[in-house]
Design a binder for this molecule. Structure first.
Ligand code: ADP
Ligand code: AMP
Length: 217
């Protein structure tokens, strides 16, 4: 089963993708995580990515499309994938379609998580993740069971994203409205778009996603 999770920064895509991985034994493909890993090389491309991402802008389509094409070829994606953060522009959505056709793959659903802007800002302000395994947390909404210890891997170091600072967040929300929201009608026209109330508590959002996937998968 192949799924796209869509929604503005902070909508809960990563949180739900981590749960869907376990439930359906399919892999989360987060282009943001891939780019953050690539940045670490510290070479010329890494530095260019750093400055684009710190400002909350999108990296060029040609680069991200190539990265995604290579990623979905990996053996762990053979059972299916959850795209988290891709596509983010109409050209990316079109390129994905061409990739899927060439591999004889189909999308089961494109799920939009709808969340008010005020709530997005709250979520991003409190977001942090495990430095070792990447599990996501929130200061108020999703605390680890034992304070300071990752539920998944037991590590005790956590990180906050550079681009979760207020200035970058304002730009990321604008970029979402200007460049990413136009892909919603693209998927509506294909009969694939399903909208879920992302304002609900995390468990309720997961249940809503699972019940709609039961109908389409
Ligand atoms: P995205 O991947 O869409 O940018 P995340 O999954 O990282 O968003 O979620 C942003 C923050 O909000 C995280 O700290 C996460 O723990 C928290 N969060 C996610 N979903 C919910 C929800 N339904 N209710 C409250 N907090 C949530
Ligand atoms: P995310 O982790 O999905 O919030 O992405 C973090 C940042 O990575 C974004 O603000 C962009 O700079 C970059 N990025 C992630 N995915 C894409 C994409 N599909 N297209 C362009 N830029 C992306």
């Amino acid at each position: 089963m192949n799924i796209i999770l869509l929604g503005p920064p902070g909508a809960g895509k990563g949180t739900q993708a981590q749960r869907l991985e376990k439930t359906y034994k399919i892999v989360q493909i987060s282009t943001g995580d891939m780019l953050r890993a690539r940045k670490k090389a510290g070479d010329a491309l890494g530095q260019e990515l750093s400055s684009i991402m710190a400002a909350g802008n999108l990296v060029p389509d040609v680069l991200i499309i190539r990265m995604l094409a290579e990623r979905i070829e990996q053996p762990d994606a053979a059972n299916g994938f959850i795209l988290d953060g891709f596509p983010r522009t109409v050209p990316q959505a079109e390129a994905l379609d061409a990739m899927l056709v060439s591999k004889d793959l189909k999308l089961a659903a494109v799920i939009e998580l709808k969340v008010d802007e005020e709530e997005l800002v709250q979520r991003i302000a409190g977001r942090y993740s495990c430095a070792k395994c990447g599990s996501g947390y929130h200061d108020l909404y999703q605390k680890p069971e034992k304070t300071g210890v990752c539920d998944k891997c037991g590590a005790t170091e956590f990180i906050r994203r550079e681009d979760d600072k207020p200035e970058a967040v304002r730009n990321r929300l604008k970029v979402y409205h200007d460049q990413t929201a136009p892909i919603l009608p693209y998927y509506t026209a294909k009969g694939l778009l399903q909208t879920v109330d992302g304002m609900a508590p995390i468990d309720d959002v997961s249940h809503a996603i699972e019940s709609l996937l039961k109908k389409v998968a």
